[in-house]
Design a protein around this ligand. Structure first.
Ligand SMILES: NC(=O)c1ccc[n+]([C@@H]2O[C@H](COP(=O)([O-])OP(=O)(O)OC[C@H]3O[C@@H](n4cnc5c(N)ncnc54)[C@H](OP(=O)(O)O)[C@@H]3O)[C@@H](O)[C@H]2O)c1
Length: 255
């Protein structure tokens, strides 16, 4: 573990969706590991709090207001990271939305488009501009946040599920393009994790915990339980791992 931590020291890493949940926990872990972290999300006030936390822990961080549903915002976030830290070595493309929880026949085209705009276009644009920047820095490592619903179907979450299948498809294809150029691309597929998104999706923390009682782990995961595997995938300790979607779900999908 110590060598992984040393490995990321001084590396410039962009984290999208850093204002909450999994992204915030990962940005903090990366900052404590000595990485220079660029935090991207729409809520600047939440990012400012995290920047202060990373500085207090002795790390380096900047906040960049970014809406990943807007291509120019992502281009700006990557350019700002490179301008500030001199290069881009890693990225965690984690921003995402759940959308409306309902059966397909109750969903509109707008419901579909809104989720795709953030979850799929957002990851596509992130990969596009990050890979372009990494080619100039001589390579890098990218991790996208998909979900266990990239591997299975999930009733009432159809559009979200389709969007995460797309994230895995982008991951696998970008990985094949990237490896010969020195860029690895992987995904994490979290199971239910205690964050505002999951609490809303499952109708509150009590419901989330009750739903997971019968799962192999018997509980939902914690954001830190995604953050540490992301740190590993970003590091050179994972140098031969490419194009994978790593399920981090306490065994949920192997039942
Ligand atoms: N929690 C789970 O059970 C679970 C399971 C599998 C996968 N995931 C995935 O994990 C990722 C993080 O979710 P979370 O659970 O940590 O939820 P969360 O606490 O609600 O965080 C979502 C993050 O995404 C950001 N975001 C949303 N739309 C954005 C946009 N248009 N532009 C920029 N940032 C945007 C939010 O920032 P702002 O609102 O400040 O913009 C926030 O930082 C998502 O991709 C989600 O699909 C979560």
């Amino acid at each position: 573990m110590q060598s992984i931590l040393n490995d990321l020291s001084g590396k410039s890493i962009l984290v999208t969706g850093a204002s909450s949940g999994i992204g915030a926990a990962t940005a903090l872990v990366l900052g404590k590991a000595g990485a220079k972290v660029a935090l991207a999300a729409r809520r600047l006030d939440a990012l400012a709090g995290l920047v202060a936390q990373i500085h207090a822990a002795g790390g380096e961080a900047i906040a960049i207001r970014t809406d990943v549903a807007v291509e120019a915002d992502i281009q700006h976030a990557v350019a700002t990271t490179v301008a500030h830290f001199g290069r881009l070595d890693g990225a965690f493309n984690n921003a995402g939305v759940l959308g409306k929880v309902a059966p397909i026949h109750e969903l509109s085209s707008t419901d579909f488009a809104e989720v795709m705009q953030t979850n799929v276009y957002g990851v596509f644009w992130s990969l596009k501009y990050e890979m372009e920047a990494m080619l100039k820095s001589g390579g890098g490592s990218i991790v996208n946040t998909a979900s266990i619903v990239a591997q299975i179907g999930f009733a009432n979450f159809s559009v979200y599920t389709a969007s995460k299948h797309a994230v895995l498809g982008l991951t696998r294809s970008a990985a094949l393009e990237g490896f010969p150029l020195g860029i690895r691309v992987n995904a994490v597929n979290p199971g239910p994790i205690v964050t505002p998104m999951a609490e809303i999706g499952f109708g509150g923390l009590d419901n989330l915990e009750a739903t997971l009682k019968g799962s192999p782990a018997g509980r939902p995961g914690l954001p830190e339980e995604i953050a540490n595997p992301v740190l590993f995938l970003l590091s050179s300790a994972a140098s031969y791992i490419n194009g994978q979607g790593l399920a981090i779900d306490g065994g949920y999908t192997v039942q």
